[in-house]
Design a protein around this ligand. Structure first.
Ligand code: NAP
Length: 295
């Protein structure tokens, strides 16, 4: 037995604020990256009291952390406690990554870019000129919706159970692009069917169908796809939601949110370390990551 020398006074400090954090897999991802890249850093999960985010952020600064992530329920509130916010994160209304640059905290949103990278890689298509249905109007919908508009979507139909939230979101992310965003709910089935059939891409950002409610689908059981659509569900547990099964039964190509989860972490790590992670390491870590989640 010899002394454990893994962490020293020179080790770079990284972490995650969330509540709960018991089931996070971010430490496994980031600590494996550091090990494979030979970077002296450690990433720890921290359960922060619901009213204590401000104090926790000050603590990160005082202790000289290089950076940290924030997850549920802190992604929106985080914007109030940092020194600077990227323009994109401001439009998205939330951030999940902070970098400490010489004592100033800069907040980024890597969720949406993580989604883009996963979608393009797995489904082989971008968003420019596409008609897109975005299901949901919560935090994830806002991040992804803003990104899809920025990526040149021709039309973004925001469809949500609570119509008011869909309307508000369409107004926020459509503010500089008149006529691209529309809002509706799931109630008018004929209108909904027309929208879904007319779209090239359908993205679910609702939590309908997420474990343990695996029998639910945001669109209900009677939806018709045109078979050519690319369909993405940000949920990754279960790996194939009812929504994705429905789409596949019409011949649509699909992907789940595992790649988004992976890439939002990769992008955060690249921001903190100011590096581009080599492709062969990405492949290696993705295999470890997806096998770990399947356990
Ligand atoms: P959120 O802000 O609470 O929004 C939840 C959304 O889901 C709302 O639009 C809500 O509609 C809708 N919804 C909930 N239950 C529904 C149901 N039974 N039928 C229809 N709509 C329903 O949550 P969020 O943070 O955006 O997260 C949404 C999902 O994204 C979660 O499943 C989360 O795990 C997943 N996610 C995945 C990743 C990833 O990396 N893959 C990253 C972030 C989030 P109302 O407005 O009507 O309530």
């Amino acid at each position: 037995m010899k002394l454990n020398e893994n962490i020293t006074g020179k080790t770079k400090l990284l972490g995650l604020f969330g509540n709960p954090v018991e089931h996070t897999i971010s430490p496994q991802l980031h600590n494996t990256l550091s090990e494979l890249l030979g970077i002296d850093a450690v990433y720890i999960p921290m359960k922060v009291g619901k009213d204590s985010l401000g104090e926790a952020v000050k603590g990160m600064k005082a202790c000289g952390f290089l950076g940290f992530n924030a997850t549920i329920p802190f992604k929106e509130e985080l914007l109030r406690h940092v020194d600077e916010i990227t323009e994109e994160a401001r439009l998205m209304g939330c951030a999940n990554t902070v970098k400490n640059i010489d004592g100033r905290l800069l907040a980024y949103n890597t969720d949406a870019e993580g989604f883009v990278r996963s979608f393009e890689e797995e489904l082989g298509c971008g968003f420019a000129g596409k008609k897109i249905a975005l299901l949901g109007a919560g935090g994830t919908a806002r991040s992804l919706g803003a990104k899809l508009v920025a990526k040149g979507a021709a039309r973004l139909h925001i469809i949500n159970r609570t119509i008011k939230k869909a309307e508000d979101l369409a107004a926020v992310i459509g503010q500089n692009t008149a006529g691209i965003c529309t809002a509706s709910d799931f109630e008018d089935r004929e209108k909904l069917r027309d929208i879904i059939k007319s779209c090239d891409i359908i993205v679910n950002t609702t939590s309908a169908g997420m474990h343990p409610n695996t029998g639910e689908s945001p669109l209900g059981g009677d939806m018709i796809f045109n078979g050519n659509q690319l369909v993405y569900d940000v949920i990754y547990n279960p790996s194939k939601t009812m929504f994705l099964k429905q789409a596949e039964s019409f011949g649509c190509r699909t992907a789940n949110g595992l790649g988004m989860l992976f890439y939002q972490g990769i992008l955060a790590y690249e921001i903190w370390m100011d590096i581009k992670i080599p492709e062969h390491i990405l492949r290696n870590v993705y295999t470890l990551f997806s096998n770990y989640l399947r356990k």
